[in-house]
Write a protein that binds this ligand. Structure first.
Ligand code: AMP
Ligand code: ZN
Length: 157
């Protein structure tokens, strides 16, 4: 057990120390209903191994997590007769993450509710072509490091 993990709400849920409405569990992941559902069937999928954000997880573990997200999502869609699904995962306070244990939201969506797209969360920011080139170059350079460490950003927001 890592430091800080003992007090983590979602670690406790995964260990069964705090009750939850479990819908799926295997050796690596745990899935349960969100206590404040944005729609009926709103489900959270978490890795059993504690990590605050996906950048703290290895690429293979993230891949394995999302394989199971796809598996659980099919059950959520069929079990709720949803018209669609929003699959959302926030990393860090700035992104709106409240619980600091990686969790993927699977939210049933319905055409009848007047769908909110990404624009409903963040407005479009028009940018000049040269600005986009600079941003793409900075990200490309960081990815090209071949390391999970991203280094300094070359542009200002
Ligand atoms: P986020 O804002 O992405 O960190 O979302 C955290 C989610 O965890 C929220 O949607 C909460 O409703 C949900 N949540 C918090 N505590 C519990 C709990 N004990 N059982 C189930 N869901 C929870
Ligand atoms: Zn945890």
């Amino acid at each position: 057990m890592t430091e800080g993990e003992g007090g983590c709400l979602f670690c406790k849920i995964a260990r069964g120390e705090i009750p939850s409405k479990k819908v799926y569990e295997d050796a690596n992941v745990f899935a349960f209903l969100d206590i404040n559902p944005r729609n009926p069937g709103h489900t959270l999928v978490i890795p059993k191994k504690h990590a605050a954000t996906i950048l703290e997880m290895g690429e293979k573990d993230v891949g394995a997590l999302y394989e199971r997200v796809r598996y659980v999502a099919a059950g959520v869609q069929a079990g709720t007769k949803a018209d669609g699904l929003s699959i959302v995962q926030s990393n860090g306070k700035a992104a709106g993450q409240v619980v600091t244990h990686v969790h993927v939201h699977i939210i049933p969506r319905y055409l009848s509710e007047g769908p909110v797209s990404l624009e409903g969360v963040l407005g479009v920011k028009k940018m000049a072509d040269e600005t986009l080139d600079g941003i793409a170059a900075s990200i490309k350079k960081s990815i090209g490091n071949g390391s999970e460490e991203t280094g300094e950003s070359d542009f200002d927001f």
